[in-house]
Design a protein around this ligand. Structure first.
Ligand code: SAH
Ligand code: SF4
Length: 343
């Protein structure tokens, strides 16, 4: 008989299961807490559960049905996990710790591969294999918590794949992360390349993470060179959707902008971007291009990066530069799945 995977069950379902095998309801609460809050590696760790019952669980149940295939640790402390699912496919998740902050951020993947094909990103290069289920997305965090014994405090949907192309599962994952892992929605960020109808849908959701938009260009001409999605959902319509999002939710949006040397990092681009963002309630996150196996693009110079930031700041917006994390293990933005065999 196939083993029951306990982390797939809600507390209510776990209670039903535990009662169906003749055990008391409070056992379900104990097990639930061992899995979601106390990082139990195995049933033996569940010390307040009586021994015979632990043996039953060992025989008939699993905590998770996916596993860590590889773990790489960067010199800056970033950890990249390759997680293997039941069907043998793998996805990556990245754990980031920032100096002087107690936050522990997990960057999760939502698809194996990606359909969007952005020119600067390694994830899309291997094509698209499949969506991850909500359970498979949440498992990335659970596995990492179990592996490190630490509590994740922040989640960013910025790993492999396009979250709004797998929106139903993302919505469920957000719910589970909030409910089971007790991570506040204010500590979650979802990044999208700009699927307009889904942005509109997100505006009406009850649980809304911070919305981050991969803009990467100040106009249609440059954006279409690097992001195929621009052909379907162009930058002017995207702006309308963002304005609508601002109005409806009152939330500030994050605008992500990869700076690619000589392509979109000029003074003219900065000024055009200021004009484009004028009416939007947003912060700007500049991301110096991280190298992938693609040598068409290059990083911006330090001087161009500083000047670009300076112009944007003079418009009164908050501008940050995203720290490069885990580049030595290909864990930085855009590098995921660049060098692993996904099949
Ligand atoms: N698919 C979503 C989320 C995952 S990508 C999206 O595109 O928004 C997470 C972030 O990394 C995005 O802003 C993406 O544009 C950026 N990124 C992709 N390739 C990159 C690269 N080579 N260098 C720097 N950032 C990159
Ligand atoms: Fe997909 Fe995002 Fe990479 Fe574009 S940047 S290919 S949307 S993962």
């Amino acid at each position: 008989m196939e083993k029951v995977v306990l982390s797939k069950l809600s507390l209510e379902e776990l209670i039903d299961y535990i009662e169906s095998i003749g055990e008391k309801k409070f056992r379900a609460q104990q097990i639930f807490s061992w899995i979601w809050a106390k990082n139990a590696k195995n049933f033996n760790n569940m010390t307040d559960v009586k021994k015979e019952f632990r043996e039953f669980l060992e025989k008939n149940c699993l905590i998770l049905d996916c596993k860590i295939k590889t773990r790489q640790i960067s010199i800056d402390g970033t950890i990249k996990y390759l997680i293997e699912y039941k069907d043998g496919l793998c996805a990556e998740a990245v754990l980031m710790r920032f100096d002087n902050r107690s936050n522990l951020s997990m960057c999760v993947s939502c698809q194996v591969g990606c359909k969007m094909g952005c020119k600067f990103c390694a994830t899309g290069k291997n094509g698209f294999k499949r969506n991850l289920s909500a359970y498979e997305i949440v498992s990335q965090i659970l596995l990492c918590q179990i592996d490190t014994g630490l509590k994740i405090t922040n989640v960013v949907f910025m790993g492999q794949g396009e979250p709004l192309d797998n929106f139903d599962n993302i919505k469920k994952a957000i719910y589970l992360i909030n409910k089971n892992l007790q991570i506040s929605i204010r500590r979650m960020t979802l990044s999208t390349s700009g699927i307009i109808p889904k942005i509109n849908e997100l505006a009406d959701c009850e649980l809304k993470p911070t919305l981050a938009i991969s803009l990467h260009a100040p106009n249609h001409k440059i954006r279409e060179q690097i992001m195929p999605i621009e052909k379907k959902f162009d930058i002017e319509n995207l702006k309308k959707a963002l304005k609508n999002y601002n109005d409806k939710t009152k939330d500030r949006i994050t605008i992500e902008y990869i700076l690619i040397g000589g392509l979109n990092d000029t003074k003219a681009c900065a000024l055009e971007l200021v004009e484009f963002l004028k009416d939007l309630k947003c912060n700007i996150n500049l991301i110096p291009y991280n190298s992938t196996d693609n040598d068409t693009y290059k990083k911006p110079t330090k001087k161009d990066l500083r000047f670009f930031k300076y112009i944007l700041e003079s418009s009164g917006k908050k501008v940050t530069i995203r720290l490069e994390r885990g580049a030595d293990i290909d864990a930085a933005c855009g590098q995921l799945a660049g060098k692993v065999d996904l099949s």
